[in-house]
Design a protein. Sequence first.
Length: 125
Amino acid sequence: MEQAYQQMQRKMRIGKMDEQIKHKIMVLSGKGGVGKSTVATGLALSLAREGKKVGLMDIDITGPNVPKMLGLENADLNVEEGQIHPAEGPSGVKVISMAFLLEETRQAGNLARTDKVGSDSAVHW
């Protein structure tokens, strides 16, 4: 899991964005199937409904479920001029997910859309 986060960090230059994002909440567990995506999605929606600006990054490479939970399963990665534009979910929650990089078959490990994301891409929250 840590390796997946570091890889996403390099790909999207999260390090530079770190200063721009005032509050960060990470939902982590070493065990699968304990509700990390459910908790993260519920928390994001709750904060957004309180008027907060919320971005949700789903870095699960084996089963990214956040887009499905938010009704974004048909969303695609939008990359323009080196900037990644997250999909917008309910209550204005901005979403980036590994699911957006997976092949049409959505099988984990088959990252067919990585050609869209260069090493100098940045997320435009």
